[in-house]
Design a protein around this ligand. Structure first.
Ligand code: GDP
Length: 194
């Protein structure tokens, strides 16, 4: 998809703040620092629209972006930040669960994984959570440029196996440095939009 416009719509913490329009939504989840903001910015050809908001103490919000006036990306705050308090973690969990469980516009969830390392316990928990709610999942294996090409197949296999991925879910190798995987990611997103 050729992106010609993108903008932030709202940073929401509760359902009353979600945009009240019937546009398809794709949510994006991943642990802090996995490259989620870089992924969003690369996909929409922006340098800095999405920013990391996972610093401890910072308000954790669901950030809605509108793309080409026809699609919402919903940036879910990053997880697995050791310094976040238990209270904050619980608030995070509640907000995410409320959104993922009930949002009718939600078509699929993009789960970002750092391809250099096996998925963490938190990554596995998140994937299982998405499957529990029957949400179609697109796993994006980020930072592909950081490992040699010859090692890609082995690393992808580890991702697939550690998450115990279902057959119908998608796995895409991605790099926000080189743009690798961008077209494939858009093709799959478009498939879920129609
Ligand atoms: P977020 O916390 O998940 O939003 O992560 P960011 O997008 O802020 O990325 C975290 C760090 O990883 C930053 O220093 C990025 O420049 C770097 N990064 C993200 N994606 C890639 C990638 O595909 N390749 C490389 N080499 N670095 C990346």
């Amino acid at each position: 998809m050729k992106v010609t416009s993108s903008d932030i719509v709202i940073s929401a913490v509760r359902p009353a703040q979600y945009p009240d329009v019937d546009l398809p939504e794709i949510a994006l989840a991943g642990r802090s620092n996995v490259g989620k903001s870089s992924f969003i910015n690369k996909m929409i050809n922006r340098k800095n629209l999405a920013r990391t908001s996972s610093k401890p103490g910072k308000t954790q919000t669901l950030n809605f972006y509108i793309i080409n006036e026809i699609l919402h990306f919903v940036d879910v705050p990053g997880y697995g930040f050791a310094k976040v308090s238990k209270t904050e973690r619980e608030a995070w969990g509640k907000m995410i669960e409320t959104y993922l469980k009930n949002r009718e516009q939600l078509r699929a969830v993009i789960l970002l994984i750092d391809v250099r390392h096996p998925p963490t316990k938190d990554d596995v928990t998140m994937y299982d959570f998405l499957k529990h709610y029957d949400l179609p999942t697109i796993v994006i294996a980020t930072k592909a440029d950081k490992i040699p090409k010859g090692k890609w197949p082995k690393h992808l296999k580890v991702v697939k196996e550690t998450l115990n991925m279902e057959k119908e879910d998608h796995l895409i190798l991605f790099s926000s440095e080189t743009g690798q995987g961008k077209e494939e990611a858009w093709n799959i997103i478009q498939h879920f939009m129609s």
